[in-house]
Design a protein around this ligand. Structure first.
Ligand SMILES: [Zn+2]
Length: 67
């Protein structure tokens, strides 16, 4: 998906996708999810589900600690 993605710490995959949840008061909860094993990155809120802040999500995925 993106060459800048840090491999999934659980399975080593670089296939990640954006998953957006149901809107609540703060916006749309979105996170990157490993396509192979389902590990989730940190959740962040996006104001518009069609204008996902992918770079922010990617940065969180790449800099998170294991959880
Ligand atoms: Zn994985």
């Amino acid at each position: 998906m993106n060459n800048n993605v840090v491999p999934c710490p659980f399975c080593g995959s670089v296939e990640v996708e954006v998953v957006t949840g149901t809107e609540d008061r703060e916006g749309y909860p979105s996170q990157l999810t490993c396509s192979d094993c389902g590990a989730n990155g940190p959740q962040t809120y996006c104001k518009d589900p069609h204008d996902k802040d992918y770079h922010k999500l990617l940065k969180q995925w790449n800099t998170r600690h294991l959880f």
